[in-house]
Ligand binder design. Structure first.
Ligand SMILES: [Zn+2]
Length: 320
């Protein structure tokens, strides 16, 4: 671990501890983690910062939803219902949001950290020519075999990709995991054609949900897999330092934000990826509680969006 003095987003100075003694919600890391606040942009950054090896070791073997073992028919039914009622509508929302804000109706797209390609598949259906980039070989196999997507295994900074090639580079729930986000976004800049778009979905630390849950917020408890939680200002500066011009930002899907509310309130409701070993009945019970809490969180998610402090933000920036 390395003592961390600079903000990952704006390179400002890290000051007071914002979240203390944070425990990994999946229980992979057994350490207590601290986030400190940047004096300039207000973002939260892990201090000390784990080494790359420590970071990679903090991912459980089944991190993606569809990698979860589905040994019982009730699991398969639960997964089918959640996919149909939650994940697929959220993927469609992503495609429509990108098309509406960027004006792109198709083109070459690189989905960084796209995993098993569930979201990418919706972009492909909408007319994009998608390449999924991810360090997880097992997830990429699903992307190839199930969705026929083109894949590249590795990290963006090291990948052998043509320069000025893509029209769109997406980072869905990726930037907050990176140990050096500026390097990664600069690599995205290189592979984008002039006036190409970068789209990044991140959890926002200046949201009202953080004010309410503090250390109990599900995205804080993703430490150390979450290395930093930006503010809107932190994201703007990160994108500008990487060469981009921020054109717009919006809240992400309200059901996702309500889901974060639920996971913060009822941590055991987390998807079957959890390392928590629960019996089948207990797992279904807590998942059900999570569904109820999601509905309860919807008005709150709507309020924080209207108030301009949503718990997730999608940033749309362009290479000039
Ligand atoms: Zn900062």
């Amino acid at each position: 671990m390395v003592a961390n003095k600079r903000c990952l987003f704006c390179d400002g100075e890290l000051r007071e501890v914002l979240f203390e003694n944070v425990r990994d919600r999946l229980g992979v890391s057994d350490k207590a983690w601290n986030f400190r606040r940047c004096a300039d942009c207000g973002s939260a950054v892990l201090d000390p910062m784990p080494s790359l090896d420590e970071l990679l070791a903090a991912y459980p073997p089944t991190y993606h939803v569809d990698q979860a073992p589905q040994t019982h028919w009730l699991h398969r039914l639960q997964h089918a219902i959640e996919t149909r009622c939650f994940y697929h509508p959220v993927c469609r929302f992503s495609v429509q949001q990108v098309q509406r804000v960027t004006g792109l109706k198709g083109g070459r797209m690189l989905d960084v950290g796209g995993g098993s390609g569930h979201r990418s598949a919706f972009f492909q259906q909408a007319g994009f020519e998608v390449t999924v980039l991810d360090p997880d070989e097992r997830a990429l196999r699903v992307a190839q075999e199930q969705f026929g997507l083109r894949t590249v295994c590795g990290l963006l900074e090291e990948a052998d990709l043509p320069e000025e090639h893509f029209d769109l580079v997406t980072f869905y729930c990726v930037v907050e995991h990176l140990p050096e986000p500026q390097q990664t976004l600069t690599a995205a800049y290189r592979v984008l054609r002039p006036s190409g778009w970068v789209v990044a979905l991140v959890p926002l630390v200046d949201s009202w949900m953080v004010r309410m849950f503090k250390e109990r917020w599900a995205d804080v408890r993703e430490a150390p897999r979450h290395t930093g939680l930006p503010t809107v200002e932190g994201m703007r500066r990160l994108l500008e330092r990487s060469g981009f011009t921020l054109k717009a930002w919006e809240s992400y899907n309200l059901w996702v934000n309500a889901g974060l509310f639920a996971l913060s309130l009822v941590p055991l409701a987390t998807t079957p990826i959890a390392c928590v070993s629960l019996s089948l009945n207990a797992r279904l019970f807590w998942r059900g509680m999570g569904v109820l809490a999601t509905f309860a969180g919807l008005p709150f998610a709507w309020l924080e969006k209207i108030g301009g402090h949503p718990s997730t933000g999608v940033f749309f920036a362009q290479k000039q």
